[in-house]
Design a protein around this ligand. Structure first.
Ligand code: PLP
Length: 412
């Protein structure tokens, strides 16, 4: 363990992103390894909320809509668009990931002549599966959930099932295993089969390089409260390649997506651009909070974040090899850093009890059933020393826990 601590200290000393830790509110004595579920709060949020309350809502009242509120979904959309390599005008911030997935999947299924199934895999997020099934049923299609080894989806798994499909919907980084797919070759694979692709970028945006335009990827949705530090329930984003936009209908049309909202017309005419995917009023306070997080990611740069993230997951896997594998933990994530996002999942029969004990001692991981202890690394505020603390906490939790499973209460 001392070797590990020494190595962590060396890595932290040379870490160029280290100054960003001061830009987050992190409670004293807590080691936070769950930023992939809910990112920590940027310090700047308090200031921007205060400005919004005092000088915008408080002073400008309804005039605030003309002072910039109206453009926030597209302005933030373009900023997130830069993080995911989309062109200006292709990304929008609104609603939540689940709703945005519904909007896009329904829009594609009603716009395409293809009647084949919606194809996804068994590593995708449950909410995505619920939505995709609903869209399939409502549009007279089937949903095919491709079985995988639970670790890494292979093209050979999908190949037999993709012919004639209406849509391929996958997570770029799998929420359980942390497996990262090669966005470029998967997009090409879908297109070679004549199938549009929709990426869920929730666990990827802000920590993994994404090139929507270069890949020629059709659609994306993603979450802003994980590695974009947007706060609980932060509005999500969607992205549509420009040649698709004019062909797609919003299944939940509303006045914010109307071409001329203040004409107050009885008939709905969609806005020509990406704004057609808005429904009702944008949550301005939440967009203000999100902007602070997105600014930090843009300032640090995704390539620097990715470089540190790969070093962090590699460090964690090395620590697992020497410290935790001998104690019965399995690696439930891909073995190569290039094939992982920014979290590592360890399998252990007592993972739930271990995660609860760790949390009681101030080291916060999370648990994913059936037996996954998920350790998320946020390169902007986690240090390598945090990983060492995490490994120590796992060992302590295991030794106090013993072999017998304690009664399982609510996860704290
Ligand atoms: C976190 C996450 C979501 C979140 O969905 P919301 O509707 O925004 O709460 C969706 N999909 C994936 C893959 C996720 O990881």
């Amino acid at each position: 363990m001392t070797n590990l601590a020494q190595l962590a200290a060396d890595l932290d000393r040379t870490d160029r992103l280290r100054p960003f830790r001061q830009r987050f509110v992190l409670p004293e004595g807590i080691v936070y390894l769950d930023g992939n579920s809910l990112g920590a709060m940027p310090v700047a949020v308090a200031r921007s909320m205060d400005t919004f309350l005092q000088h915008e809502w408080g002073e400008r009242l309804i005039r605030g809509w003309n002072d910039g509120w109206w453009e926030m979904p597209t302005r933030l959309g373009d900023q997130i668009g830069r993080l995911i390599g989309a062109n200006p005008g292709e990304a929008l911030v609104c609603d939540n990931t689940t709703t945005n997935l519904y909007k896009l999947a329904w829009a594609v299924c009603t716009a395409t002549a293809q009647r084949g199934p919606i194809v996804t895999d068994d590593q995708n997020f449950p909410s995505d599966l619920y939505i995709l099934r609903e869209v399939a049923e409502r549009t007279g299609r089937e949903l095919v959930i491709v079985p995988t080894d639970g670790l890494q989806t292979r093209m050979s798994d999908v190949e037999p099932l993709i012919g004639g499909a209406s849509l391929l919907a996958l997570s770029l980084v799998a929420f359980k295993s942390g497996a990262l797919l090669d966005g470029s070759s998967w997009t090409r694979f879908a297109h070679e089969h004549g199938v549009p692709i929709l990426w869920d970028l929730s666990h990827a945006v802000g920590v993994v390089p994404i090139a929507m335009a270069d890949w020629r990827a059709d659609f994306a949705v993603g979450c802003c409260y994980k590695h974009l530090h947007g706060g609980p329930g932060a509005p999500a984003f969607l992205s549509v390649r420009s040649d698709w936009i004019g062909r797609l209908r919003n299944p939940i049309p509303g006045w914010f997506g109307h071409a001329d909202p203040f004409a107050m017309a009885h008939a709905y005419t969609p806005e020509p651009g990406i704004r057609r995917f808005l429904t009702g009023s944008s949550p301005i306070a939440s967009l203000k909070a999100l902007a602070a997080g997105v600014d930090l990611v843009e300032e640090a740069g995704v390539s620097a974040i990715r470089a540190k993230s790969e070093r962090m997951t590699a460090f964690a896997v090395d620590a697992w090899t020497t410290e935790l594998r001998p104690l019965g933990f399995e690696l439930s994530s891909p073995a190569s850093a290039h094939e992982r996002g920014s979290h590592v999942t360890l399998g252990h029969p007592s993972a739930l009890a271990i995660s609860r004990r760790m949390t009681q001692r101030g080291v916060i991981p999370d648990f994913r059933p059936p037996n996954g202890l998920r350790l998320g690394f946020a390169p902007l505020y986690n240090s390598f020393a945090d990983i060492v603390r995490g490994v120590e906490a796992i060992k302590e939790a295991l030794s106090t826990h013993g072999d017998a499973d304690e009664p399982l209460g609510p996860v704290t």
